[in-house]
Design a protein around this ligand. Structure first.
Ligand code: TXA
Ligand code: MG
Length: 353
């Protein structure tokens, strides 16, 4: 299959009428699949009303079919059409954060393809805060199911180039609207029961959510490998670079020591660090992911950084860790998955003496 690249300038007026968006929309109406940028990561979009389109999405990604997709909409009428009801707290979250990086899980109205929801009674739905995404949904006149546009298990794409690397030849096209902003996926919040629960930390933080609707729970499975998570996607290994990734908890000196010890053992070593630690160890390959002074810069470049290690055939990659509040909790959630939960702690090693 020939994969079209439609390059667009996200700042032009009447984007939905542009030739590129019109062509991409036509492909979507034919139940083909098209990747497009959102404010979080690139999505792989398909008509959420069509089993055929949804099959294409799962095939292109190699995604397990029990993992439901998020439905992307561009207006409130679509919300009313595809969900059964909008409880008060969901309404408040939508009012506060849409368009934006929060997905609400609600009972659906049974109009969507059952393959989108993996036969669950609920659907995850969001309105992305990106002019290209909104223009495409409008031009297609369809709700778009869109998982992240990566091969299943790989880091999510934050540029059209990442999508091309994973999916070239497998999809009808890519709308290239430049790099994404947030860099991590949306926050998934289950609002379908009396109790509101964060199923996946993301672009909107727990602190921001609690400012709007008061205390919420976080799915305990996010921190515990034993319990089955309520968001089906969270049970799979994800975001992994092609060399083993190890998280390092402790001082800068401890991090440097870990890198230098591995070097002494003859290993080819990568280090995923912030600006502040640049050049402090003997790592063969350093990737700088933003600055500690602004964790949103770390979120923004996290997936690009994980992908940057792919071409260097390293024996091991050490990554710095972050505090678990605000956007840090989403960063740490992705890093734990990328590392398969492998973390070495300075305190543990001290206790061994
Ligand atoms: O930022 C994002 O959310 C991106 C962009 C493209 O919008 N999309 C994205 O989709 O991350 P995906 O498919 O990679 O992740 C969807 C997550 C999965 O963890 C899935 O299990 C969960 O949302 N999910 C979807 N529908 C659900 C439902 N009905 N109940 C519980 N979890 C659901
Ligand atoms: Mg994904």
């Amino acid at each position: 299959m020939n994969t079209n690249i439609w390059t667009v300038d996200k700042n032009v007026e009447n984007l939905s009428e542009s030739r590129q968006i019109q062509q991409a929309a036509q492909a979507l109406k034919r139940n083909e699949v098209v990747a497009f940028p959102t404010e979080t990561v690139y999505g792989l979009g398909g008509n959420a009303l069509s089993d055929i389109a949804i099959d294409h999405i799962f095939q292109a990604k190699g995604r397990p079919s029990d993992n439901p997709l998020i439905v992307h909409i561009s207006n409130r009428e679509q919300l009313i059409e595809y969900v059964d009801k909008v409880p008060e707290r969901a309404e408040k979250l939508i009012e506060a954060f849409w368009p934006g990086p929060i997905t609400v899980v609600l009972q659906h109205s049974k109009k969507l393809s059952t393959k989108v929801t993996a036969n669950l009674p609920t659907v995850g739905i969001r309105m992305p805060d990106h002019p290209v995404a909104l223009a495409l949904i409008e031009a297609a006149g369809l709700p778009l199911a869109a998982p992240s546009a990566n091969t299943s298990g790989k880091p999510s794409p934050t540029s059209a180039n990442h999508v091309e690397k994973d999916l070239n030849g497998k999809i009808s096209g890519i709308v290239d609207g430049g790099e994404t902003g947030v860099g991590l996926e949306s926050t998934v919040v289950d609002c379908s029961n009396d109790e509101v629960v964060i199923l996946r930390p993301g672009g909107v933080t727990k602190e921001q959510i609690e400012e709007v609707i008061g205390p919420v729970k976080v799915d305990p499975a996010l921190f515990d490998q034993e319990t089955a998570p309520r968001s089906p996607g969270m049970k799979y290994t994800h975001y992994a670079p092609s060399s083993p990734l190890v998280l390092v908890e402790g001082s800068q000196t401890f991090f440097t020591k870990k890198v230098n010890d591995a070097k002494r053992e003859g290993k080819k070593v990568g280090a995923m660090i912030t600006e502040e630690s640049q050049g402090l160890s003997q790592a063969d390959y350093e990737v700088i992911t933003g600055s500690r002074k602004d964790l949103s810069s770390v979120a923004h470049s996290l997936y690009r950084s994980l992908r940057a290690f792919d071409d260097c055939e390293l024996d091991i990659i050490f990554a710095e860790i972050y505090s678990e509040n605000e956007i840090g909790s989403a960063i740490m959630n992705r890093l734990r998955k990328a590392s398969g939960g492998v973390i070495i702690k300075e305190t543990d090693e001290m206790n061994n003496f």
